[in-house]
Design a protein around this ligand. Structure first.
Ligand code: 7PJ
Length: 258
């Protein structure tokens, strides 16, 4: 899964033609590099990011999505808002990626009313506050229990299990220690009986380990990708598709599954 953020330049809200063009050309590149899914996001959920209005999020995502449909690649839309989910599904999105696991009122219904795939992610707190001293007694048990409940809520709402993937939410209300503990025990998440998605690319845990800024975390991200594959992850959410595809090729050859 290749990440495409529709981000504003300094004079725009992200809904301008140039911002959209940049997102489309980036998505085209990731598709050419072999991404199986393009994950399109119009709201920054990095720790402490400024909020984006619903209308602004729609203005960012929908026109880009309409253009990307021409590539014939499944498009995932990263959103927490039911109105954005509905508009995205009407515009041809194949997957909804929700960092709060369909917790918003109406979100379960928005997804249940279509045949799309959905990623249910764990987050502790909200993006504004989640990195302020997150605490767990047992991070793996707690995140797994949360995801088990989220899968149960989704299936009870009529979303078939075959449409669901689960994600422990690396960096969302978790310290580097928590993230590493989850990664060490990622295989335990297979008891959820849905595919596991892992998003570690360029995250601050890599910065903490290597001392490098976000634009120098490629090697660390590739190491994380390999560890996630070894833990059984089936979808890797990454910025660097071409390089990650090579990691996957090496891992598959090692596993004798190339
Ligand atoms: C994730 C995400 C992730 C899923 C972001 C960033 C922050 N969606 N959206 N999993 N991260 N499912 O890319 O650094 O880990 S935004």
């Amino acid at each position: 899964m290749g990440v495409v953020n529709i981000t504003p330049d300094s004079f725009s809200d992200g809904g301008r033609f140039l911002d959209r063009e940049a997102a489309v050309s980036h998505a085209r590149r990731l598709a050419e590099e072999g991404a199986d899914i393009i994950d399109l996001g119009g709201e920054s959920t990095r720790p402490g990011a400024a909020p984006v209005s619903e209308q602004e999020e729609l203005n960012r995502v929908i026109p880009v999505l309409q253009t990307l449909n021409l590539f014939d690649k499944p498009i995932s839309v990263d959103t927490r808002r039911p109105a954005v989910m509905r508009a995205a599904l009407a515009a041809g999105a194949s997957m909804i990626n929700d960092i709060q696991a369909l917790a918003a009122p109406g979100a379960l219904e928005a997804v249940a009313g279509s045949d799309c795939a959905v990623c249910l992610m764990h987050m502790k707190g909200t993006p504004a506050t989640m990195q302020q001293e997150p605490r767990y007694d047992d991070v793996v048990a707690e995140v797994k229990a949360f995801l088990k409940e989220a899968v149960a809520r989704a299936t009870a709402a009529g979303i078939e299990r075959a449409r669901i993937v689960a994600d422990p939410g690396f960096g969302f209300g978790k310290t580097a220690g928590h993230n590493l503990e989850i990664l060490r025990k990622l295989a335990e998440f297979q008891s959820l009986e849905v595919p596991i998605l892992a998003g570690l690319s360029r995250k601050s845990t890599i910065g903490k380990i290597t001392g490098r800024p976000a634009d120098e975390r490629l090697a660390g991200s590739l190491a994380m990708a390999l560890l996630a594959l070894q833990g059984g992850a089936k979808i890797l959410r990454v910025h660097d598709v071409k390089e990650t595809k090579d990691v996957i090729a090496v891992w598959r050859a090692f596993e004798n599954d190339a």
